[in-house]
Structures are given as structure tokens and as C-alpha cells.
Design a protein around this ligand. Sequence first.
Ligand SMILES: *Cc1c(COP(=O)(O)O)cnc(C)c1O
Length: 451
Amino acid sequence: MKYYSTNGKAPLATLEKAVVKGLAEDKGLYMPERIKPLPREFFDEMSQLSFQEVAYRVADCFFGEDIPAEDLKRIVYDTLSFDCPIVQVEENIYSLELFHGPTLAFKDVGARFMARLLQYFNKEEQVNVLVATSGDTGSAVANGFLGVDGIHVYVLYPKGKVSPIQECQFTTLGQNITAIEVDGVFDDCQALVKSAFMDADLNAHMKLTSANSINVARFLPQSFYYFWAVAQLERAKGKSQKAKDVVSPSSLALSRKEAEASVVCCVPSGNFGNICSALFGKRMGLPISRFIAANNRNDVFYEYLQTGEYRPRPSVQTLANAMDVGDPSNFARIYDLYGKSHDAITKDISGATYTDEQIADTIRQCLADTGYQLDPHGACGYRALKEGLRPGEIGFFLETAHPAKFKDTVEKITGCPVEIPARLAAFMQGQKQSVSMSRDFSDFKSYLLTQ
Ligand SMILES: *Cc1c(COP(=O)(O)O)cnc(C)c1O
């Protein structure tokens, strides 16, 4: 399968090139040339399959032409060493919990897949992964690549703008991971990374690759858990109709009315990589009727849906800081996927935007009403879904991170203690190691040239 650039001025790339280069020569984002629909039989049987089996079938559509089945299967099965369960929060509203991986956020899925794919392609040379993070990407990528031979990871993050818990997950690792603390905001970090890829001297000096959500190896695998969510809902339908016959480890059961409803999916969005993978899933036949993109106050996409005009602006800091993105990279992919048609986009996707106060209210209210503990990102998703559902629909939102990653924020809002899972507590014991950097590209460049 070949990959083209959303800017249309770069040559087609192989999967290997798209993964190693990250960004096309014309600064566009790579898109797979074809999106293969999955056959009807797959959807008929998906409720009987495991997460890994479902994911492998999806992965095969994208990567099957380029990676032998055995290798691809191993990469997929290794990546998904944890579950992404769907749980009921209240009638008609379900949470797809994406925080059961090593760093307690959905980015573990893409990062782990990419680390394994890059290792598969990278036979001899040393590769350097540059990643800008507004919080969770850095930890997911750093942990996904930790200890992988022949790969060094540089994590750029905005000084003072990620939570102490997020920070310790990429500054305490050592080995092949270097944390770079940039005196600026997330967009500055992203700009440094983009400039590095375009810089001839640097590229002559070292082999660079990106692990931001722009990389096809990170963003395509995110489609796996949308299929898995629907598979779990399908399985739960079966249970309401013939409860006794179906043996399933999950206790999820849909009411008859829920089983007949069409499924809506709500995605808390920042750089729009996650929702973009869901839209690819829909192209492959995934039965989700429509999507809601939930934003915090960084709502340029919401504005685009309302006005048809895309006007990026500097990001502002919010409680849901992993969504503090002022110019979401993956807008280019969505725009391309829908043939640049505002009408087509608004037919499939609607939006919502929330202030910090609304996010806090939602966390408090949901805990009081349902007992379910949201994190600030999931709170945007939950609220947008609850406000957006129409009669005859059920929906799931993505709980994109564990509330413990935002312990102080969440506890201050609810007054209730948030328990820290053991795998997170382990990071917090470590010693911080980081390199201070200005937001000037020349400083970053000189630093890399000495590496
Ligand atoms: C990265 C992140 C998001 C936003 O995902 P995008 O793919 O950038 O839209 C939402 N929630 C959490 C917890 C994240 O880490």
C-alpha cells in the first residue's frame, strides 16, 4: 500500500518511508492510498472475537500488503497487552476505558504499535524519535520505546504546563529516553519538532523520525479499539436477548431498547488523531452512525463546524491539558478524507466545547449521579454525549486517561480521594532528569548536532 501527502505535492511513499519520515516532504500528512472495507462476515462474527483478533483483522487492511502475517500478528498482539473495556455509566451512555495500558492513557496503543513497527523496519541504523507532547504523548511514546535497541527518543514538553504526574512518566526513565523541557507552550514544542524534520543539516547528521499523532503507525492502530467497542456492544446485545446462552467475561448487557438503537461515538479531541482513526473505521464499515468531537476552550474545530472556516490560534491552558491544541494537525487528514467538503464533514461529525468550569461541574455531577469517576478529558466526552444524544441513539465516549493522572485537579473538584494505580505509583518514585531548552529552533538544532 502506498501513502500520499495531504498537501499533494510529495511523491507517494511506502509504509516504511511514511513511518520513518513521519511527515511528507511537502509538510503534508501521510494518508493510505486506499481504505479497504471489511467484509460483512467480519461484522457478523466480531462479537465472538477477542480484542487481538478484531485488531489483527483491522490491521491487516492497512498493513497486510507490507508486513508478513506472522510479523503483523505478533506486533498487534504485543501492542495490545491490556484490555480496552466498555462499561456502562448510565442508561444509553457507555465509557470506552482506554487507560488500562502502562501509562494510563489511550496513546499507549498507538505508541506501542509504532515502537514495534519501527523496530521491525529499523534493521541497522540508529533512529532518533522526536516527539512533542502536551502531556500524555510523551509518556506513552517514551514507555513504548523504552529499552528498544537502536532507537533514541527525545521528548519535548512545555515547561510547567504538564502535571507532575505526567512529567514523571517521561523524565524518570533514563536509558534511551531524553526529556527536553521547553520554555514555551505545546505549539512551540510542535514547531521545534516540525522544523527539525525540515532542516537539511540535522537530517544529514542523524536519522530523525516523528512519533506524534501525525505518524501513520500511531494513528491508524487507534482504529482497533473503536471496532472492539462495537464488538463489545454487539456481544452485550446478545446477552439481553438470550442471557443464559452467552458466556462472556463482561457483565455488560444492553436493554432491548438500547440494543435497537444506533450507536454514536464521542471523542474528546485535541490534535484530532484519535477521532480521525475512528472516521477511518467508519469508512471500513464500522457501524457507528455519527461522531461528536468534544473540545475544551481550544475549539477551532468546533468553530470550523459552525462556520466552515478553519482559523488556528494559539492554544490556551485548560483543565484538560492534553487537548490544549490551537492548530490540530490531523484537521488536514479529516479535511482530505471528506474531500474538503464542509457539508460531508458536518454530516458525520458534530462538535461541543466546554469551559474549565463546565468540565469541573461535569466531573462533580457525574460522580454524584452515577458513581463514575471521570478525568477532565473524559468529562468533555461524557458531557458532549449526554447533551448530544437524540431519541433512538445510544453512545459511548472515550475515557482517554485514568483520573489518577490528574489526581490533584480531580480531587480538588470532587473532594473525594482518587486512588493511584500501582503502575503509576512506580513512576513517582523516580528521579527527574531533563534538558532545559529555549523555544528558538537554533538552540534546539545546536543541541541535536552535538548528540
Ligand atoms: C492526547 C489526548 C487527547 C486528545 O487526543 P487527540 O488524538 O490529540 O485528539 C485526549 N485525552 C487525553 C487524555 C489525551 O492524552
